[in-house]
Structure formats: C-alpha cells, structure tokens
Design a protein around this ligand. Structure first.
Ligand code: FAD
Length: 521
C-alpha cells in the first residue's frame, strides 16, 4: 500500500452522543479546518449513561479551548462550584477529611510545607489526625465554611491565588449545552441506531457504519464514543479489555436525585459504607446522589436502601442501576479508530476523573491528529500517554480502599489486605519513611493530592524531610501560626457559595429530575 502521509482526513465520524461524544464534537467544532467534515451519530432509543456530574479543575482548560463564558456555562448547566471532595468514614468510621484542589501552605526553601508541619506535630508530641493539615489550605477552610469565590490572578503571592476549583453540573444539561455549541460550529448530527460496522477487507480499517434504517455513514477516521459497549474499538477491532476488578471491586451503582438545599456545599461528599461508598453532588436545582458498591459484598436491595437512607430529602426520581467493571482497553487507538470516554475504559467516580480522561483524550488527539497515513509511531505515543494516565489514576483510587483501618465488613477486610500494584506500593513505602511524595510524569494528581489522601487515611510517615532540621523551631512555629491565620481570615472574608451564585450565575429554576434519565446498560 502506498503511504498516504500528508493526505488530510476528510470525513470524521463520532459514534455516540454522551458526554464523550459531545465534548469531542465541540472540540472539533472549535479546532477542525473547513476541509474536514465531522458527523456525530447518536441513538435516543439507546440513550446515555446520564451520570457524571462532578469534575476537577482541568475542565477549565477545556472550557477555555471552547471560549465558553463561565457564568453562562454555570447557569445553563445548573452548576455549582467545587473546591474538593470530603471523604467520610474512609480511614476509620467517624473520620472526615477534605481532598482539596488547592495546596497546603507554602514551601520553605524548596522543602514541601507538610514536612514543617509534621515536625511541629512530632516535637509537640501531638498525633496526626485526618484533615488537621487542612487548616493550612484555603480550599479546605473555605469548603468547611461553605464559602466560595474565584481566585485572584493579579497577585501570585496572595493566598487567594492558591484557590483552585471545578464544577458540579447536570450531565444531561452539559451534553445539551455542548450539542448547541457543536451545532453552531457546523458538526452534523445523525439520529439512528448503528447495527453494523464495515471494515476494509485488506487493512481492517473501519470504513463506515450501517444504521438500522439502511443508511451507511462512511468515514476515514472514527472516534468511538459508544460508551460501555465500545462498538468499534472493542467489538469490531477486538482490542481486549483489561479488568482491574481485583483491585477495584465495586461494579454497580444506584443513582438518584433529591431536592436541593439552600446553601449548596462547595464540595462533593464521598461517604464510605459497608461495601462501597455514596456520592452527594449538590447542584443548583437538586442534589445528585449515588451508591457505588461491590455486588459480591452487598445485594442490590440493601445497596438501594443504604442510598435512600442517606439522602438529604425525599428522592425525586426512581433509583437507576448502572453496571460496570473497572479497567481499560489495552489500547485506546487502533488503526483508524480512537476510543474516547467509557468505550476506552472506566474508573469509578471516586475522584471524578472520567470526564477528565475524556478531555485528556481529546487534547492528546488534537496534539497527534492523524492524516490518512495513520503513522503507527504516533498512535503508539497516544496509547502510551493514555495508558500511563489511566494507571496513575487507578493507583490513586486504589489507595482510598487499601489505606483503611476498617474491619467492620468483608468488603473492607478484602480491600485492606489486597495485593496492590507495585507502583502504588512503592509510593506508599517512600511516603512512610520521610514523608516524601513525587509526582510521576503524567500523574494527574499533584503531590498535595497524594498528601491529602495519605494523611486523611492515616498513613502517617515515621519522620519528615531531614532538611527541616535546619529550620529554626520557633520561627517554624510562627510561620505555621501566621499561615493558618491568614488562611482563616481570607476564607472568612469570602462570600458564601450561595451568595456567590446569586450574585454571578444564578440558574433559572427548572424541574429537579434529570433531563436524560435514560435506561442504563
Ligand atoms: P454514554 O453516555 O454511554 O454515551 C454513549 C453514546 O453512544 C450514547 O449517545 C448512545 O446513544 C450511543 N450509542 C451506543 N450504541 C449505539 C448504537 N448502536 N447506535 C448509535 N448510538 C449508539 N465522570 C465524572 O467525571 N464525574 C462523575 O462524577 C462521574 N460519575 C459517574 C457515576 C457513575 C455511576 C458512572 C457509571 C459514571 C460516572 N462518570 C463520572 C463517568 C461519566 O458518566 C462518563 O465518563 C461520561 O458520561 C461519558 O460517557 P460516554 O459518553 O463515554 O458514554
């Protein structure tokens, strides 16, 4: 076959119109040249998973790419702001800590702040309790007080510049918002159910998809956003799925909304139960709730009743069951098909990483956008980026289950005693000595994120960075006190989350039920 390097892609087909499909379509609407025709196919009859409401700060880069006005976006999606995640009952029953998006204190002569703090605790003979270090993080103190404002950008030394945030939004409204954006950007939408995928007999490349009404949509590049079905990458091209269920046993979730509250918390809550955990995501018009659980450890009836018992108010729809397996496809890109979203892999929503993985897949695709040559070296690069990113997030999520002292159920006993990946074991070992934590290349989570969960779940290191011994003890104490005071005062001066929403981005009241409560897979 002659090389087709340099010949541009003419027809790109996005299969699926969930969050992954519409995010990809919106990005293409912004970035694609006029020579490229982009078609998205979706089936209302099949529907979307319709969950995915908590995000992390990099989403702002995606909004930035699209040139979205943030206040309009918040109003249109009934969004609220998120400063982190509160974990309840994870290390021990009764424990509570916040994994914030911001940073702890300020580093001293290149030594990370937590070392100074740990020495102070040790010298004072004080135990290290989950969330104590949170007093030195503006995002934590603001979250505890229900306060929010955007960070200042004018003075990088101001404490307020350290605030980072993300959003909680209505997944259905988000897809609708992106669809409008993509429509305006010239993306064609086709409604129909795909029944067959055509392949070139010689190369195995996908050439088109056949709909149930007989139409064929042809293309030279396909993005598989078909959700858990993975119609193109998994079913047709046969890229195997690597299951991580032995590390992440949760394989089901019930999701249910309930009425909202007057001052929505500016954080997600993840409360550990007997065989999984419950999420609570406050939006402007309702609260999204769910129970992620291991079907090997709890039956569905009990799982749903644990969920309903923990709601803030009466449910406003029937609980919906979703089934999944944690893991990823061995490769995200094969031949002329790249999988974005659930078709490429799934990690449970404990750290709200799925939408980020969609965005990351899109950005990397933009960086390695193919031509008709489909250069294998570039495809391999894409796959190695995605693999590394997935694996690092996987380790971080496993940490939450493994770092527990809970002995009250088989589920926690199994999690506490499991064999963890070597990469995570090494991370914990390095931390456990001198409180060292290093961010691996392509690790989404910063050192501060690891510190939050390690300390929050009671993995207290034996010692701290030896360089701290060179710091004057009294001066360190004064530094810690003034850091805590400034953070406390700054948080206190911030408006409440509710006041901020009312002032800048109050959404119109709408029906509190999810807009796309479609059948789960
Ligand atoms: P889907 O939403 O399933 O969309 C698939 C699309 O493909 C649909 O449009 C469907 O109609 C179409 N399709 C499928 N088959 C065909 C066919 N034969 N013909 C035509 N069209 C077809 N992520 C977060 O970031 N934060 C969270 O808080 C979060 N919470 C979650 C909670 C749970 C319980 C689960 C399961 C996931 C959660 N996620 C979360 C993940 C998030 O929901 C997904 O990453 C996101 O919705 C993307 O889904 P998708 O677009 O890949 O798939």
């Amino acid at each position: 076959m002659t090389s087709r390097i340099g010949e541009p892609i003419r027809n790109m087909v996005i299969v699926g119109g969930g969050t992954a499909g519409w995010m990809t379509a919106a990005a293409m609407a912004r970035m694609a040249s006029t020579e490229l025709s982009v078609t998205l196919i979706e089936s209302e009859e099949i529907g979307t998973v319709g969950v995915g409401e908590a995000t992390i700060p990099p989403l702002m880069d995606f909004n930035g790419l699209l040139g979205i006005d943030e206040n309009e976006f918040v109003r249109e999606t009934q969004a609220t702001f998120k400063l982190g995640i509160e974990f309840v009952n994870w290390g021990r029953e009764g424990d509570r800590y916040i994994h914030p998006f911001g940073v702890y204190g300020k580093n001293v002569h290149g030594v990370k702040f937590h070392n100074v703090w740990l020495r102070d605790r040790q010298l004072a003979g004080q135990p290290v309790e989950p969330d104590q270090i949170g007093d030195y993080c503006l995002s934590v103190v603001a979250a505890r007080g229900g306060r929010f404002m955007r960070p200042t950008t004018s003075d990088p030394n101001a404490v307020l510049s350290s605030l980072r945030y993300a959003f909680h939004f209505d997944a259905g409204l988000y897809a609708r918002y992106l669809r409008k954006y993509a429509d305006q950007g010239g993306i064609k939408r086709v409604e129909g159910r795909i029944e067959h995928v055509d392949q070139d007999g010689e190369t195995g490349f996908i050439t088109g998809v056949k709909l149930s009404d007989g139409r064929t949509i042809s293309g030279d590049f396909f993005v598989d956003c078909s959700g858990f079905r993975s119609m193109l990458l998994g079913d047709k091209l046969g890229v195997p799925f690597r299951s991580w269920q032995h590390w992440l046993p949760c394989d089901r979730a019930f999701a249910v909304p309930c009425a909202g509250t007057a001052n929505p918390t500016p954080y997600t809550r993840a409360t550990a139960g007997t065989a999984g955990w419950r999420w609570r995501i406050p939006l402007q018009h309702r609260i999204g709730n769910g129970h992620v659980f291991s079907s090997a450890h709890i039956d569905e009836e009990r799982a749903v009743s644990e969920l309903l018992d923990g709601l803030d108010g009466p449910p406003t729809a029937e609980p919906r069951l979703l089934r999944f397996t944690a893991g990823r496809r061995e490769r995200s890109w094969e031949k002329n098909c790249v999988a974005i979203g659930l078709s490429g892999g799934f990690l449970e929503p404990l750290e709200s990483t799925s939408i980020h993985l969609i965005q990351s897949g899109i950005f990397k695709l933009m960086g390695l956008f193919p031509d008709q040559g489909f250069d294998q070296v570039e495809i391999d690069k894409y796959n190695s980026f995605l693999t590394e990113e997935y694996d690092r997030i996987r380790d971080f999520i496993i940490l939450h289950y493994y770092a527990t002292e809970r002995t009250d159920s088989d589920f926690w006993n199994d999690c506490r005693t499991m064999n963890i990946p070597d990469t995570l074991a090494e991370k914990i070992a390095i931390w456990s000595g001198k409180a060292r934590v290093f961010r691996e290349p392509l690790d989404l989570f910063t050192e501060d994120s690891w510190i939050a969960v390690l300390l929050g779940q009671r993995i207290v290191p034996q010692s701290y960075d030896p360089l701290v011994r060179g710091f004057d003890i009294d001066e360190s104490k004064r530094f810690l006190t003034s850091t805590r005071d400034i953070i406390g005062k700054t948080a206190h001066a911030m408006p409440t989350h509710e006041q901020f929403l009312a002032r800048h981005c109050r959404a119109q009241p709408i029906d509190a039920r999810p807009v796309n409560a479609t059948a789960p897979v």
